[in-house]
Design a protein around this ligand. Structure first.
Ligand code: NAP
Length: 265
């Protein structure tokens, strides 16, 4: 049984993770950390009945007392780096869904994990369909290097563009480079600020934030007299759970940084 503490447990993703961990035969929720709903039973909050685990404040103290095997972090971009460093200091494997970690921060966390002989797994997207969307986009970019991304999320998302969109842009750029495929230059002369999106490695990314959406992304490719659009829709946060559970189960057997669910598929 893998003993799991969820950080950000009372959040939208955290509650789904608690439920998924409780329902899997090989994993067990043992702790819930957050900054609101303190003292409330996390099972009740997750809608699965009492688990006898109260939401508590303070990750370090919870780790010392509970000694989980794995921490799953779905908190906020501003807190995640310090959260993972705290887990590393306590020698605990970490599975990170929170977006916003920079490449330099990921590198630093990877080195800390290596030194401690533990693992830090970070995935901008835990949905298997989204990982496939990125894989296919990478393949197409070698033949159709002209690409733009439109990502659409709920209006409570704190960061833009999404980590998935940035990761997709990097993969497209790497595929173009490997294939020596060069996109056509952008001939826009005049535009209002932001009209052409933000540009990551010559891939424009357009971010939409509206109530009603969960997490969606379109990758549009243009060619001679043809276009190709790949679209992925996460319609429910449940879509992320098979990926989270897979990462939790792999965590105790890994060492150092693993970035992206594709490494486990
Ligand atoms: P959310 O509903 O706002 O949940 C975040 C939770 O973390 C809230 O309960 C929040 O408490 C709590 N929190 C904030 N600061 C904290 C801290 N320092 N320590 C412990 N808990 C803290 O957000 P969400 O929709 O669940 O998303 C969480 C993160 O996951 C975001 O970065 C989002 O982009 C990312 N995400 C990733 C994936 C993926 O596949 N990788 C999928 C979906 C979302 P309060 O509510 O009291 O502020």
């Amino acid at each position: 049984m893998i003993r799991v503490l969820v950080n950000g447990a009372a959040g939208r993703m955290g509650l789904q993770v608690v439920k998924a961990i409780a329902e899997d035969a090989a994993t067990e929720p043992v702790g819930a950390v957050g900054i609101t709903h303190i003292g409330e039973d996390i099972g009740e909050l997750a809608g699965i009945g009492p688990l006898g685990i109260a939401v508590r404040e303070g990750l370090a103290a919870a780790l010392e007392e509970i000694k989980p095997d794995v921490v799953v972090d779905f908190t906020i971009p501003q807190a995640v780096f310090e959260n993972v460093k705290t887990c590393m200091a306590h020698g605990v494997h970490t599975v990170v869904g929170t977006t916003g970690l920079t490449e330099a921060q990921r590198g630093e966390l990877g080195k800390l994990a290596e030194a401690k002989g533990i693992s830090v797994f970070i995935a901008p997207n835990f949905s298997i369909g989204a990982v496939m969307m990125m894989k296919v986009s990478e393949e197409i970019a070698a033949y159709l290097p002209d690409a733009e991304i439109i990502e659409l999320h709920h209006n409570n998302k704190l960061d833009a563009p999404s980590g998935t969109a940035i990761m997709t842009a990097h993969k497209i750029a790497a595929a173009r480079q490997a294939a020596d495929a060069v996109p056509a230059p952008d001939k826009t002369h005049e535009s209002l600020a932001g009209a052409r999106g933000t540009v990551v490695e010559a891939v424009p990314i357009h971010s939409v934030r509206l109530p009603g959406y969960v997490a969606h992304q379109q990758v549009l490719f243009g060619g001679y007299g043809e276009t190709l659009t790949i679209r992925h829709d996460s319609l429910d946060r449940k879509s992320f759970m098979p990926g989270v559970i897979l990462a939790v189960k792999k965590a105790p057997k890994q060492k150092g940084l693993i970035f992206g669910l594709e490494h486990y598929l």
